[in-house]
Write a protein of this length. Sequence first.
Length: 684
Amino acid sequence: MTAASLAHVYGRLGVVEQRIRELVAVRRAADPAPDDPFRGLYLSDDVVDRLLEGPREQVEWPASTAQRESCETAADLASEAGVRLRLRDLAAAFDLSSTDLDLLLVAAVADVEPRFESFFGYLNDDVSRRRPSVAVALELAGVPLSSPGGYAHLVHGPLARHGLVELEDPERPFPGRALRVPDRVTAHLLGDDSPDAALAPVLGSIPDLPWGDPGPLAHALAADATLVYLREPATGSGRLLAAAALRRTGHGVLVLDLERVARQPDPVGLARRAAREARLSGAGIVAGPVAALRDRVDVLEALDADPRPLLLVGDISWDPAWLARPPLQIDVPSSTAEERMAVWRFAMAGALTEDDAMAATTQFRMRPDEVARAAESARVQALVEPDGRIGARHVRSGARSGNGSALERLARRIDPAVSWADLVLPPQVLTALEEVALRARHREQVLGDWRMRPGGGRGVGVAALFAGDSGTGKTMSAEVIAQDLGLELYVVDLATVVDKYVGETEKNLERIFSAAAGVNAVLLFDEADAVFGKRSEVRDAHDRYANVESAYLLQRMESFDGLAILATNLRANIDDAFTRRLDVLVDFPVPDAHHRRSLWDACLGRTIRRSPDVDLPFLADSFELAGGSIRSAAVTAAYLAAADSGVIGMRHLVAAVHREYRKLGRLTRQAEFGPYWALVRETA
């Protein structure tokens, strides 16, 4: 802040002081009992007589008027020299009249100089009231209390509308109510540029990243566009374009998180503070996502800081009911895979090689500003490393850190802990699974950059069907794919989805799909035939609503932009229309003897000690079990061995298989157990 600007503020406050001196002199001259120590605590006959005479005459301000003209002449010279004067800038930003400015200064003078508290106590005829009352303020500003303008200035004029002056003591009559200037306004006049502390919980920041072309938006802002709506896709950032355009046109940037605003107890009050802050600082407001306040038109109206730009960001269409004046609507472009890679390299500042970055980030669908946050999170994750080097796993962890917990409230999260080496499946099944991961990793390039996506509102998601008997490895395969891509795995609990009431199942699924849309994760629908079943001939209302549910799911699956895996034990129950919309279909066979032996070996692991009598070929050839059953039997045998000698042997394994047979409801035949039948009889 320049000395000339501060001198202008103090010069105008000096005018207020001169008027207070003149008003005090007038009051003393007319005071019937100036030496009464109890004046103000009671009404004497002389005071009552004076009150009955009618209102006081309006005071003239000859000395202060001359002082004001001298102050403004000095300000004119400073303005002509190119000096910015905060008081004049404030008057222009808030469209204040000369009287408005006088009232503002009267209300603020006691916050700048403490001795004025006593003066106002005297003028209010109440030493306990240390701020100017409405009557005193209007008198000092030269406005008759009885005039309609007095009320207008302080009730619905720009001072009140923009929160520059607040009326306290609502229980008092209007003339006796105290005036107060918010601390942020007084601090601004004195040169403090710190944002309003009340906005701290809802303020955000936007990094300066090399993405997008803010030129057209900057041109519109330079042409006095003050209301803009930027609709952004899943991989485009309206916030980045808005901030870059504001900086290019010389504006500051005030970033508001509307989701946080919506959670505050007084969102309208916060919005008004934000609009006031924008006018004070000369900044434009960048606020989003607008969907958080789609039902709070009053908050959006309070954000309007005209003539400061208001740039709203969201992923839904503009609703004319939100604001009375129409906005400039701009569709933000999607970012390409190469553009996001450039943002990753810029944000990581050379901490990753190009190959590492490419391998770790191509599968993540993120906005460019989200990439910057992910990069910062990756740096934090790497602090635990001895050399502090950022690797691909730190980048993946950083990208996942922005997922939030919305989906976790609707589905069960699984941290992938298995890899391709843990899968024991035929080659053709592994190839199909690798194709699922391949599609997820390169879908942005193929469907986005190369424009291989068909029309009709179809998304860029990947949908796969895993079909096979229970225990054949469907869930584990989904976990392996998630681990390979560096994503989290969310298993949808059908108990939270299916509802007997009409329309509720669709609503539950919509919540899941909506939450998953902004999350880089794999979504697994286990027992998918329960909700993706075949449509049937309509014989009654139940069939009609069941078909409506299936039709909704068909449409929702097509528009889904994430990675969805449907797992079912009964492929024949899946509607053919779903099958047509699937990208990959994987059939999981029951393992043959060769794969069963590998499964037994893998499930027993290398940590537990094995007795020499462990006969894996016999277990694989004799017992036709799926991988899940083999895993369960191996765990049971390990418990039995732990309670015995700590060494796993055939007696433990045979007993575990016997228990697994009983769980599956299968008959235990001597021919299957062969030479180990005696062990079965012992354990039975």
